[in-house]
Design a binder for this molecule. Structure first.
Ligand SMILES: [Zn+2]
Length: 349
C-alpha cells in the first residue's frame, strides 16, 4: 500500500500525456537511458488486475497495471534492461558477482492473490525473477487490509455521505465522486493512531449501512502453498511486517516486533532465510535511521523505500537500506512508464 495516486489519472491525459507520448515515440526519453547503465532500476507493483471491471470492489489505487499492460511493461524491460533477482543484488553487494549493465529488479508489495494468478504466468513467460514483500499476518487469511475493507463498503453502500475523522461530512452524487471520497477517507485514516484508526474502520460498515459477508476476503491474498510453489520456481520473498503499520508511527519496540516476527514467520513457512525488506508505505516520513538499524539487525541485507527513481549502484553500496523504487500505477501509459524508469524520474518530487 502506498499513497493514493488518483490524481495521476488526470495528469496522464491532457498536455503532460501528449508531451510524454511525443518524448516516448521520438526516442527522447530513451536518449537518457545510458545514464541508467550503472543504476539499479527497481519497479514497484502491488496488484495486477482490472480495476475497471464491474465487480471490482477492492481498493483501486493498489492496482499497478492490467495484465495486458503488465505484459507490455515486461516486454519493455526485456528490450531495455537486464532483470536481476534480489539474491543477485545481495551477492553483488557482498562482492561475489558482477551485475549486468542496466540492472532492473521487479518487486511487489503486500502479497495479493493476483500476483500468483495474473502476474506470475506473465513473468514465467519472460523468465523474469521477482520479489514479493509479504505482510505475514494477512497471508493465507481472510483478513482484509483496511483500505480494501473501506473500498468494499463504499462500493456497496447506498448511502451518499460519510463522516471523516476530522468530523467533516462529505457527500457524493456520482460514482466518480464516491471513488475520490473513498480514497481521501482511506488517506485520512493513515496518519491516525492505531486504536483510533481501528475504531473508524470497525464503524465503517454500520455508518455506510453495509454488511460484509463472512470470509468475503478469503481470496484476496495468496496462500502459503502458492508462495511455496512460486519460491520453488525462482521467485523470492521479502518482509513487509506482520500487520502493515507505518513503522515510524508506532513505538520502536513494536516496530522491532513487527520486523522480527514477520521475518521468522515467513522463513519458517518457506524454509529459507529472507534477504530483503520493504517499508510499509515507504515514503520519507515512514522510516528513519533507527528503523533502518532494526531491519539490518534482524538480518535483512537490503531494504526498499518508495522514494522515487533509480538508485545509482554506488548509492546502493553506500545505503543498502534505502534503495529507491518506481511506483507503477494502472493509469500509466507505456510512454509514462518509459519516463518513470528514466533517470529524469529521480528528480521528480
Ligand atoms: Zn504495502
Amino acid at each position: 500500500m502506498h499513497d493514493t495516486g488518483s490524481m495521476e489519472n488526470k495528469k496522464n491525459k491532457g498536455i503532460t500525456g501528449k508531451l510524454l507520448q511525443f518524448a516516448h515515440n521520438s526516442g527522447l526519453i530513451r536518449a537518457s537511458y545510458p545514464l541508467l547503465s550503472k543504476s539499479l532500476t527497481v519497479l514497484n507493483y502491488h496488484r495486477i488486475n482490472d480495476p475497471s471491471a464491474a465487480h471490482f470492489d477492492s481498493f483501486k489505487p493498489n492496482v499497478s497495471a492490467t495484465p495486458e499492460m503488465f505484459a507490455k511493461q515486461m516486454e519493455y524491460l526485456l528490450r531495455w534492461f537486464n532483470v536481476v533477482s534480489v539474491s543477485e543484488v545481495v551477492q553483488w553487494l557482498q562482492g561475489k558477482i558482477k551485475l549486468p549493465d542496466y540492472p532492473a529488479l521487479i518487486t511487489f508489495d503486500d502479497g495479493y492473490l493476483d500476483n500468483y494468478t495474473l502476474a506470475y504466468p506473465i513473468l514465467k513467460q519472460y523468465n523474469f525473477p521477482a520479489v514479493i514483500f509479504l505482510t505475514s499476518g494477512h497471508i493465507g487469511t481472510d483478513k482484509a487490509f483496511y483500505w480494501d475493507l473501506a473500498a468494499y463498503c463504499f462500493f456497496h453502500t447506498s448511502q451518499d455521505h460519510i463522516l471523516f475523522p476530522d468530523n467533516n461530512e462529505k457527500s457524493w452524487e456520482t460514482k466518480e465522486q464516491k471513488f475520490t471520497i473513498t480514497n481521501s477517507w482511506v488517506e485520512s485514516l493513515k496518519r491516525l493512531p492505531d486504536t483510533e484508526k481501528q475504531k473508524w474502520v470497525n464503524e465503517l460498515p454500520s455508518r455506510l449501512k453495509v454488511s460484509v459477508p463472512k470470509n468475503y476476503f478469503k481470496n484476496l491474498m495468496m496462500s502459503w502453498d502458492q508462495i511455496r510453489e512460486m519460491s520453488q520456481n525462482g521467485f523470492e520473498f521479502g518482509g513487509h511486517t506482520v500487520t502493515h503499520p507505518i513503522l515510524s508511527r508506532i513505538p520502536i519496540e513494536q516496530a522491532q516486533q513487527e520486523i522480527i516476527e514477520s521475518k521468522s514467520y515467513i522463513e519458517k513457512e518457506l524454509g529459507q532465510a529472507l534477504l530483503s525488506f520493504a517499508y510499509p508505505n515507504g515514503t520519507k516520513n515512514d522510516f528513519n535511521p533507527e528503523i533502518q538499524s532494526l531491519v539490518a539487525n534482524a538480518g535483512y541485507k537490503v531494504a526498499f523505500t518508495l522514494l522515487n527513481g533509480p538508485t545509482s549502484l554506488n548509492e546502493v553500496k553506500k545505503s543498502p537500506y534505502t534503495i529507491r523504487r518506481i511506483f507503477i500505477l494502472h493509469s500509466h501509459t507505456l510512454a509514462h512508464y518509459s519516463a518513470l524508469v528514466s533517470p529524469i524520474n529521480r528528480y521528480r518530487k
